[in-house]
Ligand binder design. Structure first.
Ligand SMILES: *Cc1c(COP(=O)(O)O)cnc(C)c1O
Length: 396
């Protein structure tokens, strides 16, 4: 292939993406993250962020940040990687508090969930191993698996017989298997059948890696996530990954598991070692968020009621939902054009719901990914349902 300019290579790809109704744009926010937002200069009711407990703009966390800046021995910037001078007392205390909350030996902080997933898969999965991932796993788990030295196989979404077959194959080949799954699937909102998956991993001595980005804070006692939701405990071969940018309302991520797991990541995980620690302020904010999240039984009950209200109402107007009891409630619309039309109509009516299109989801599976938050009011969910009924009537 002859050398070309960046313009020559990519301008046609951008044109094509536009023609396919797959072009992405970043709405510009002029307000804090909350239900009532101003996006692109327009006031709207936001139904597509992952701030499930309304902690992203919580007054107690903001107050704690102001106070911490004045009274704690912290800076804004961490200045260096954790292994250099970046590991502050606030990070350390947060790791301990997260470990206590989950009842695990150790927790390790990361700057983003994407990096935590790269780190876990690249470090744990070695040559000769096989990673078995659900077909609908998050992109960062797919990339982590692809960039590891292990073989990577996917099983159909939630298909336990298929998973067992691959585990039998791995056993026959004397391969170490790592079973990797979202706890709550980010685009569908359904739950991995962790009771069955854990039984399988234990039977075949596989390791279980659960990315619970959308489970922590929302599911389980004290918001302890998907394993807790199913009444399961993490064994010594279980790795849990959580993000701090969703229900925690902050940013960053953590890996939870055994002492050996965490020491291994500290020694060998390149996405941990070669990156600057997140801001001290973020650690302060997450500690306050954890405190609120553990006690958020009333917001969680409120959120569950909103989910039921939405599903009931959506059923009544004949929308196609998925089998989701989580705050992620996709409305399935088929082609990307239709999803965009609904999203634009909702915008005209004062609601912000992003249209999710391929390649984020499979062809023919474009959707509105509606997410509910404990910060929403039942009245707002009722208004959204009326607007969806309007879309149904005017756009079909
Ligand atoms: C959002 C998300 C991530 C990435 O986390 P960030 O902290 O946003 O990088 C990883 N896994 C799942 C399932 C997610 O939904």
């Amino acid at each position: 292939m002859c050398p070309v300019s960046i313009e020559q290579r990519f301008a046609p790809q951008l044109t094509q993406r536009r023609a396919q109704h797959l072009y992405r744009q970043r709405p510009l926010a002029f307000t804090p993250q909350q239900p009532l937002m101003n996006l692109n200069g327009v006031a709207c009711l936001n139904f597509c962020s992952n701030d499930y407990l309304g902690l992203a703009n919580h007054p107690q966390i903001k107050q704690r940040l102001i106070e911490a800046l004045q009274t704690e021995a912290i800076s804004y910037g961490a200045g260096a990687a954790h292994l250099v001078t970046g590991h502050h007392l606030q990070h350390h205390l947060l790791e301990d508090e997260l470990a206590d909350w989950l009842g695990v030996e150790r927790v390790l902080l990361f700057s983003t969930g994407f990096m935590a997933n790269l780190a876990v898969l690249q470090t744990l999965a070695q040559k000769g191993d096989v990673i078995l991932g659900d077909k609908l796993n998050h992109a960062s788990l797919v990339d982590g698996a692809r960039h590891s030295s292990a073989e990577f196989k996917r099983y159909p979404h939630l298909a336990m017989p298929a998973l067992e077959k691959r585990l039998q194959q791995a056993q026959a080949l004397q391969q170490q298997a790592l079973v990797v799954t979202d706890g709550v699937f980010s685009m569908d909102g359904d739950l991995a059948p962790l009771t069955e998956i854990q039984a399988l991993t234990q039977r075949y001595q596989a390791w279980l890696i659960v990315d619970d980005a959308h489970g922590f804070g929302v599911l389980g006692a004290q918001g302890r996530g998907s394993l807790s939701h199913f009444g399961l405990n993490a064994d010594a071969n279980t790795v849990q990954i959580g993000t701090l940018g969703k229900a925690f309302g902050c940013s960053g991520a953590f890996v939870a598991g055994s002492n050996t797991l965490i020491e291994t990541l500290i020694q060998f995980a390149r996405p941990y070692i070669y990156t600057t620690a997140s801001s001290h302020l973020n650690a302060v904010a997450v500690r306050q968020a954890l405190h609120l999240l553990q006690q958020a039984e009333a917001p969680r009950a409120h959120l569950r009621a909103l989910i039921l209200q939405f599903r009931q109402g959506a059923n009544d107007i004949g929308l196609q939902l998925l089998d989701s009891l989580s705050p992620i409630q996709p409305v399935m619309l088929g082609g990307p054009e239709r999803a965009l039309a609904w999203s634009e109509r909702l915008q005209q009516l004062g609601f912000w719901v992003a249209a999710i299109r391929p390649p984020t989801v499979a062809q023919g599976q474009a959707r509105l990914r509606i997410t509910l938050s404990a910060a929403h009011q039942p009245q707002q969910v009722a208004q959204l349902l009326s607007a969806l009924a309007d879309c149904q009537a005017t756009l079909g």
